[in-house]
Design a protein around this ligand. Sequence first.
Ligand code: HEM
Length: 415
Amino acid sequence: SKPSKRLPLPPGSLGIPIVGQSLIFLRQLKANTADKWFEERAKKYGPISKLSLFGKPTVFIHGQAANKFVFTSDSSTISNQQVASVRAILGERNITELSGEDHKRVRDALVSFLKPECLKQYIEKMDAEVRRHIDMHWEGHQKVTVRQMSPIYNRGLQATTRIRNIVIDLMREKRVELEQKGASISHQDLITCLLSIGQKNNKEGMFEDEIVHNVVTIMIAGHDTSSVLLTFIIRLLANDPTICASVVQEQEKIAKSKASGEWLTWEDLAKMKYTWKVALETLRIVPPVFGGFRKAMKDIEYGGYLIPKRWQIFWVKSMTHMDGDIFQDPSKYDPMRFENQASIPPYCFIPFGAGPRICPGYEFARIETLVTIHYLVTRFTWKLYCTDNGFSRDPTAIPAQGLPIQIVPKKILQK
Ligand code: HEM
């Protein structure tokens, strides 16, 4: 039933016109105090409050029920909405802008490449890429800056046009190759995979502009997230000798079981159980995507208040990830919380989101993270080369000074 217009609006203030609370919010992100700011808002106003962000009236909702509402409501109730600056970079046909049937069609196409059965064939490629990167950027160096500062927005926007043109050229090449060689090469790479599905009656496959926008989206969604995770695992391993020793022990055992130069396999990754728990705990404490925005498609009643049509809905992860009732002693780094993942209540640990928009790159991220950590810890030891252990969000997390570390190569393992 339609919620009554007489329902009150949520508590809080929309702030000064246009600017609202955007500047305060951006400042809090930069200083890495946003989580505290969210908590204070929650204490002051309760489970739902209004504010104004990036020129739009917004409701901030949080907690397990709010997460469930955000992730499971159908697209006629709330739909996805990126802020305009993100949309300009990703393109208007990128998956995160689509809803309903369009979203499902494009998502099915992307998942046909990102599903585990398909990714198993890429472990070798990822393994080779990680070793190439280490040989080029770590081997022979004494100092490495793990995560460079992100480029400024305008430069990013200019680069988008260049990258789109490269993807268009690649797409033409791959189309010719596909016509010549046929379906046997359909899974050799993402673009060929998307082209090979074809465009049939709007029910399957993707249009050319959709392929371009979504290949760029995958590059950004895949890179700016996994790189944050890896950076913070590298920082943790430098800061916590006990956790580091357990990761090294697990990985050296796997390295010793392999012939020299042999690729890692799917079975090897399955043995990296402790390392993946460390990754999950890192994702809980420093989620690369700290939250997101949705849009109310109609008037909605929520917790006794009205969320008016077209208002922005804002959700953040820290409110459940750092809730002491859900994760005991939440500031403590304890990978063993993930020993029994089933005991974590649903919609509370959400680094990859949940529901129909849950991150389709989960398995890809798991493989590249485990492969990278394997080669790093079996080939090097490192310590932080910076005085400040803090970080800021821009909007993904960047450690102070880009996390410079001092590295020492290990002796090749004796088999
Ligand atoms: C540690 C790594 C990663 C994290 C933490 C992460 C996190 C997320 C989150 C939270 C969402 C959902 C946002 C929402 O519901 O609004 C998402 C969506 C998405 N992610 Fe990831 N991601 C990661 C890696 C990747 C990788 C490696 C890829 C691709 C290779 C990828 C591709 C995508 C795509 C295409 C979407 C949009 C899905 C949709 O709208 O249906 N992600 N990711």
